[in-house]
Write a new protein. Structure first.
Ligand code: ATP
Length: 644
């Protein structure tokens, strides 16, 4: 158990008895956010609510507890994303059944309504409003809803289905107004309030800045604006190092939002948001960007990002690119880390950043990502593992109680070289070349591809610019992929939101797909292109099998596409569940697609892709990790510069 959790449980009942916030108040905010599409207005709505909570807390603990629960309900999680079983996302069958039971309506009528509305929340609200009520139920509090949802998320085993339905029914019986709508949407795992996690963080920063300035109302004075900017930077930095709202809110209240990042630093057992790279198209472009800075080149391995934590108690954890705990998926890494500790008993705690790559023990070679993707993801037993892996370590972020992300890369490498001892074919350092000669870099790029890598990562080596910046896509971390030297510099990872019925040789399968980028500010999926190239017949058959159960009668409210043009609609819509990696010739604007449109300030025209070609399914990416609409705009703009 981590201490912040203990803190929460100890205080929770006392606090909530003191001053409960009603669920209806949060639902009012959700309703406003859903109706409003302007980002600034949405930020103001959310931050005002957060600020009210801070002001009404009789003491700091009350405010803290209320704010933590409200924040989690707003991002629709029940705890940090690296902790298991705290995610909602119940199947529609169970939810429709619960709704039928609690409202006394026939299941078939509920199902009909659902197929018409395509939104379980709306069906719940209408069903509840038609229900005769004898006694006005006691209003639901945020704390009750939070606790009940947590109980639903955590219940497993044989009778879990009926237990879940029981809890949902009790909550539904107490719902009034629009509460049933948002409760059901929360349970389904899709709130549809146009307000992504990134915006929640900014709203929190704004609320704390306004709360701290005393009046709770923000003025336009320079001092207040500076405080606001600092608050945003601090909260983002704190979240990147400690993605845990309980700790962040606690430290904001204790030390002030302007100092929160100093108190939310790396800790083994809490995954830090990984640093990311910017795509580049040529070695010349790299030279232009990095100019006379000293940099280093490393192989870009094609596997799965693995952040490896060695905890002081002797245990280890492996976290994915999106902070998921993958330790159980890689039981074969436990003996490797034990061996590492045995080789250097001085290691007490450590965080390594690495790429976990499929490895052929016979030919002593790297295997492609597609082979790694065949490994089981659940209930993995060491004895059943067929695909072996090797960790290619490229960074060290923490050593024996000390965060070293704010040291330059050359110094972090010294830690690596001194304390981490390579174990051939199990744990090796990323192959590197510290050279700024174009010829040497070209040769190194060729060599990386020859050694089954994707290309190179080019990183600043000295000074502040080479610090490890959690969650940032940094221009001092560049990726150069051999395949895309002539294209837009990178492949795109896009969410499959629709399908087209196959014709001719593709009859019986989907013949093409509608793809979308993810807008991190609004939490929406914005249509970007139709794709039908790059698929074998076997693949289409398998994709049809995988995506058929994800068909949904209507587009999700979070899908942004041209609703007035039937050409923009696919034959079938899907739940967002799969990410395709796509290679593309270039980006262009189009009235038919909506990617990035909101960033142009013109919702009529978005960005689309020319000649998209399927490469592979990105099994390691959640749909929220797809290429963001903001990145698409950046790529489009950098391409415009290149062309001009
Ligand atoms: P991609 O599709 O290129 O893997 P991505 O969106 O997953 O992109 P990027 O930040 O764009 O992530 O590319 C960097 C990724 O490359 C890292 O997340 C990591 O998984 C992988 N990688 C492989 N070798 C290295 C290395 N030497 N240094 C850093 N990252 C590396």
């Amino acid at each position: 158990q981590i201490d912040h959790e203990v803190h929460r449980t100890e205080n929770s009942s006392k606090i909530i008895a003191n001053k409960p916030v009603q669920y209806a108040a949060l639902c009012d905010v959700f309703e406003k956010l859903e109706e409003e599409t302007g980002r600034l207005k949405n930020l103001a709505i959310a931050s005002e609510f957060f600020c009210d909570i801070l002001k009404r807390g009789v003491n700091q603990d009350v405010a803290e507890q209320n704010l933590i629960e409200v924040t989690y309900l707003m991002i629709n999680r029940l705890g940090p994303d690296y902790e298991p079983d705290l995610e909602l996302g119940l199947g529609e069958t169970l939810l429709l059944k619960a709704l039928a039971q609690s409202t006394g309506r026939e299941l078939r009528h509920i199902k009909d309504d659902y197929h018409k509305a395509g939104d379980i929340g709306k069906v719940a609200q209408i069903s509840r409003s038609r229900q005769p009520i004898m006694f006005k139920p006691k209003p639901l509090t945020i704390h009750q809803v939070f606790q009940n949802l947590a109980e639903v998320a955590k219940s497993t085993g044989n009778s879990s289905q009926s237990r879940k339905i029981g809890i949902i029914n009790r909550m539904l019986a107490a719902c009034a107004g629009q509460e049933a709508k948002f409760l059901m949407r929360s349970l389904e795992g899709k709130l549809r309030i146009n307000f992504g996690e990134k915006s929640v963080l900014v709203a929190l920063a704004k609320a704390f800045a306004e709360f701290e300035c005393g009046t709770g109302n923000h003025s336009e004075s320079e001092a207040d604006l500076n405080a606001l900017v600092r608050a945003q930077d601090q909260i983002k930095e704190a979240f990147a190092q400690t993605p845990n709202y309980e700790m962040i809110i606690h430290n904001c209240l204790k030390y002030g939002v302007g100092h929160v990042a100093e108190h939310c630093t790396l800790k083994p057992g809490i995954p830090v948001k990984p640093m990311l790279a910017k795509p580049t198209k040529s070695i010349t472009e790299i030279m232009d960007t990095l100019q006379d800075r000293k940099f280093t080149c490393e192989y870009k391995y094609d596997g799965e990002r693995a952040q490896v934590h060695l905890l002081p108690d002797g245990s280890m954890r492996v976290y994915s690119r999106n902070s998921e705990n993958m330790t159980e998926r890689y039981p074969d890494l436990i003996p490797v880390i034990d061996e590492l500790r045995a080789k250097n008993p001085e290691i007490r705690s450590l965080i390594l950043d690495s790429e976990c790559v499929a490895w052929n023990l016979e030919s002593h070679e790297i295997l492609p990502f597609q082979i790694l993707a065949t490994r089981k993801r659940k209930e993995v037993q060491e004895k059943d593992i067929k695909v072996r892996v090797c960790l290619f370590v490229f960074d060290v972020l923490y050593f024996n109680g000390e965060s070293i992300i704010q040291k330059p890369l050359n110094e972090r490498r010294e830690y690596l070289d001194k304390h981490v001892i390579e174990i051939p074919e199990k744990l090796q350092f990323a192959t590197r070349l510290d050279s700024t000669s174009v010829d040497e870099m070209s040769a190194f790029l060729d060599q990386s591809v020859h050694d089954s890598c994707e290309g190179l990562m080019i990183k600043a080596l000295f000074g502040k610019e080479s610090h490890y910046e959690p969650s940032k896509r940094s221009k001092y971390w560049l990726k150069l992929k051999k395949d895309y030297l002539e294209g837009v510099g990178d492949s795109l990872d896009l969410v499959v939101i629709g399908g087209y019925i196959g014709k001719g040789k593709r009859t019986g399968w989907y013949g093409g797909f509608l793809l979308a980028s993810y807008n991190q500010d609004t939490g929406e999926y914005e249509s970007i292109c139709k794709i039908g190239t790059g698929f074998s017949e076997e693949l289409l058959a398998s994709l049809t099998e995988q995506l058929k159960p994800k068909e949904t009668p209507k587009p999700k409210p979070s899908y942004v596409y041209d609703k007035d043009n039937s050409n923009a609609e696919p034959d079938v819509w899907f739940e967002p569940s799969m990410v395709f990696e796509v290679k593309v010739a270039d980006l262009t604007t189009s009235p038919l697609y909506k990617s990035g449109a909101s960033y142009f300030g013109n919702r009529d025209k978005g960005i689309s892709l020319r000649f998209p070609r399927f490469i592979q399914i990105r099994t390691d990416k959640a749909t929220e990790d797809a290429t963001s609409s903001e990145q698409i705009v950046e790529m489009y703009e950098s391409q415009a510069v290149v062309q001009s």
